[in-house]
Design a protein around this ligand. Structure first.
Ligand SMILES: Nc1nc2c(c(=O)[nH]1)N[C@H]1C(S)=C(S)[C@@H](COP(=O)(O)O)O[C@H]1N2
Ligand SMILES: [Mo]
Length: 514
């Protein structure tokens, strides 16, 4: 019978619960590493939360943690696990079976999360089930060893009991942590895909891209025209980066087509591969933000593959799907446009795509935000209609279509840089992919807009660097930038948030000139 008075206090049962939770979580991760890394209970819960998260939470996470948003999420899941363990321990000490019931529920939740992931393995439930059972067993075992608080023979016996309990609880938690560490090592070892990638040789381009020397103004602190792979921003919903072996990769083109097309990696590499330079931007990029980059992509035009499949006349969209279930809706007319280099890319800046940027194959489409065009780890193109299918972000408060918006950014001087009166170089980048930027103007305080000098644009599909010589007087000044596109659009000063289809407004910086 449960008693009103706690026979064991709070701290030890809570500690036993946390240790049991760590033991179970470690066991679950270890089994996952052995079965299939995609079944990791931690990662499954994390990805489920990402999929369920409302758009504002996604924005907040990106704004708060930038690309560390996923680490923050995993730490959050860990904190919840510790709390759950503590509560389960206290509850179990007072009402036997109830604490274990909590672990069972958590295990069920984790199993469901793993089973509902895209491409879930048939054994997806197993790690969570084993983890929950392990946690339940560990909890009973530890609570049986709780030192009694009240009627005990002698103080020395009590002390021995306490130490023994502490050793068991600590040992249990340590085994869990070690199992978790072993699981990361194991799944890292099974990541043979990076080894495959390192050994891969890309085909020689049928045509190479050239970046004119005059595209680079060479100003210290100004963003380079071509972003290196390691500096390229990364945005995706994948908690653990999909590991796709090129030998197993297939692309299926189906839906509203005359005939289905299926392609292997070798089929793909046999197609003509050309280099194209395209700036990729994220719809979540704030005014002045850095979720944008430019690379030399090696790829083959998507229009040629679509032509093979012969899209039906009534189709107006291609829903591209990644191996991890992410989808993007891209207008069919953009992908079939002979004047636009929408590609299935295999190379990025002279290397195979980095694993986190979509290895072995991704899409790159000039002029559209990444969420509606740049599917990484792409395995499926479904020809369909905007009124018949919806993409991943479309159901989460974002527009079905996402053409990029005319933007410009100040990179130099940097925030907080010491400045003295006289000539100060202001510089940055401006972009409207696939239309191009005709001019950039700069305004100091409330003065007139004055033209900046543009570098040579690599093409209309890339950003362009600009510079402006500012004759600065001492005092506090605000500098603002505004771009005008090749078809005469002037960048709006009206502020719009990133959702549902991209931010607008002018970037400005305030400087103290001595
Ligand atoms: N499979 C997959 N592809 C994806 C995404 C994703 O979440 N999953 N995110 C898209 C978004 S929102 C952007 S902005 C670009 C970012 O590409 P990058 O990480 O290579 O910079 O990838 C796109 N492709
Ligand atoms: Mo994005």
């Amino acid at each position: 019978m449960p008693t009103d008075r706690a026979p064991f206090g709070w701290w030890r049962p809570a500690g036993a619960g946390v240790a049991a939770a760590a033991f179970g979580a470690g066991a679950g991760e270890l089994i996952a590493a052995i079965v299939a890394p995609t079944t990791s209970p931690f990662a499954s819960i994390g990805s489920l939360l990402i999929d369920l998260a409302p758009p504002w939470a996604k924005d907040a996470a990106i704004a708060l943690f930038d690309t560390g948003d996923k680490l923050a999420l995993l730490i959050g899941v860990g904190v919840v696990l510790v709390l759950l363990g503590g509560v389960a321990g206290v509850v179990e000490a007072r009402r036997p079976r109830w604490g274990r019931g909590l672990f069972a529920l958590a295990g069920l939740f984790a199993a469901l999360a793993a089973m509902t992931r895209a491409n879930a393995s048939v054994l997806a439930f197993l790690p969570a089930a084993v983890g929950a059972l392990a946690a339940m067993a560990a909890l009973s075992m530890l609570l049986r060893r709780l030192p009694a608080e009240q009627p005990t023979p002698a103080a020395s016996v009590r002390e021995v009991d306490r130490r023994r309990f502490l050793a068991w609880a600590g040992g249990t938690a340590a085994v869990g942590v070690l199992a978790a560490i072993a699981s990361t090592a194991l799944s890292a070892g099974s990541r043979a895909v990076s080894t495959v990638r390192d050994a891969l040789k890309l085909p020689t381009p049928a045509s190479t891209a050239s970046v004119p020397a005059s595209a680079e103004l060479g100003i210290d602190g100004l963003t380079p025209v071509i972003t290196s792979n390691r500096d390229f921003y990364r945005i995706d919903t994948a908690l653990s980066v999909p590991q796709v072996d090129p030998e197993e990769w297939r692309l299926r083109i189906h839906g509203m087509v005359g005939r289905e097309v299926e392609l292997t990696w070798d089929d793909l590499l046999a197609l003509p591969m050309s280099e194209s330079v395209t700036t990729l931007a994220c719809v979540s990029n704030e005014v002045g933000g850095d979720l944008i980059g430019t690379a030399v992509w090696l790829g083959t035009p998507i229009r040629d593959l679509l032509a093979r499949a012969v899209p039906d006349a009534g189709a107006d969209m291609v829903l591209s799907r990644s191996i991890d279930g992410f989808t993007a809706s891209t207008p069919l007319e953009v992908l079939t446009d002979p004047a636009r280099e929408a590609v299935l890319a295999v190379g990025m800046n002279g290397e195979p795509l980095p694993v986190e940027h979509g290895f072995p194959v991704r899409m790159v489409v000039p002029g559209l935000y990444g969420y509606v065009s740049a599917t990484k780890w792409v395995t499926d193109l479904e020809v369909t209609r905007f009124d018949a299918a919806r993409a991943y972000w479309t159901d989460r408060g974002w527009s079905a279509r996402g053409p990029v918006k005319l933007s410009s950014r100040i990179d130099v001087p940097r925030i907080g840089q010491a400045l003295s009166a006289g000539t100060i170089v202001v510089a940055g980048v401006a972009w409207l992919q696939h239309t191009g930027v005709a001019s950039v103007d700069v305004q100091v305080d409330d003065g007139p807009w004055r033209p900046a000098t543009l570098a040579t644009a690599v093409s209309a599909d890339t950003w362009v660097q600009w510079r402006f010589e500012w004759d600065a007087a001492p005092g506090r000044h605000t500098v603002r930038v505004r771009a005008t596109s090749a078809d005469g659009e002037v960048q709006t000063a009206d502020r719009a948030p990133v959702a549902p289809d991209g931010a607008t407004g002018l970037h400005e910086r305030t400087f103290d000139v001595a």
